[in-house]
Design a protein around this ligand. Structure first.
Ligand SMILES: Cc1ncc(COP(=O)(O)O)c(C=O)c1O
Length: 194
């Protein structure tokens, strides 16, 4: 089975639409299951609710496994999630979801331009609330960079937290308002300029 985690599909910028795994040509549809979380799309982090889409046998199998390892999501949360999902009336994002995506887009713009201004080369991604930044030219490893940032009161995830290919990269999150993002990057200026 290929389990595809598409938690950020709704937080895309401009005209970009995040594809579903089921759009991949020639995919063996009965061997794929796609997961979504309401944590991001509806800011329901902590409510522990999401959904899976796929071949009936795969979804049934998932249900059987879940039934035996946990006790399910409280009914009032399920009802809330139902109302949230019903706000999708067609293929467009509901205005509440669009507003959150627009806010992340603005914050990503602010972060990218602030990082470039202090000499860190950053590009805006097509979506999500993360910006990955290559810091190899600073000659600091990502753990060293993360530690120095913490001393300045800024938390950034070192790329190696995600595996060996994360070496030389930092993952910034735009989960704080724009003024806080600008302040954080200002503090990082000290680290980058030595
Ligand atoms: C890619 C990705 N998938 C899933 C999750 C977790 O979602 P949930 O809150 O539903 O466990 C996260 C949370 O950070 C995520 O980044």
């Amino acid at each position: 089975m290929l389990a595809y985690d598409n938690a950020y599909s709704e937080f895309t910028f401009g005209d970009y639409v995040a594809p579903s795994i089921f759009e991949v040509a020639d995919i063996k549809k009965d061997a794929v299951i796609e997961f979504h979380s309401l944590s991001k799309t509806f800011c329901m982090t902590g409510d522990r609710i999401g959904f899976a889409v796929g071949h009936a046998d795969a979804v049934r199998g998932l249900g059987k496994a879940k039934e035996n390892i946990d006790s399910g999501v409280p009914v009032y949360i399920q009802k809330t999630a139902e109302i949230a999902l019903r706000s999708y009336r067609d293929s467009r994002k509901p205005k509440e979801v669009q507003a959150v995506a627009d806010e992340y887009s603005k914050r990503a713009d602010a972060l990218v331009s602030a990082l470039n201004a202090i000499g860190l080369r950053a590009n805006k991604p097509k979506g999500t609330f993360y910006v990955w930044v290559n810091i190899k030219h600073t000659r600091m490893g990502c753990m060293e960079f993360a530690k120095k940032a913490i001393v300045e009161g800024v938390a950034i995830t070192p790329g190696t937290a995600f595996g060996e290919y994360g070496h030389g990269y930092m993952r910034f999150a735009v989960t704080q308002p724009t003024d806080r993002i600008k302040e954080a990057v200002e503090r990082l200026g000290k680290i980058v300029s030595g």
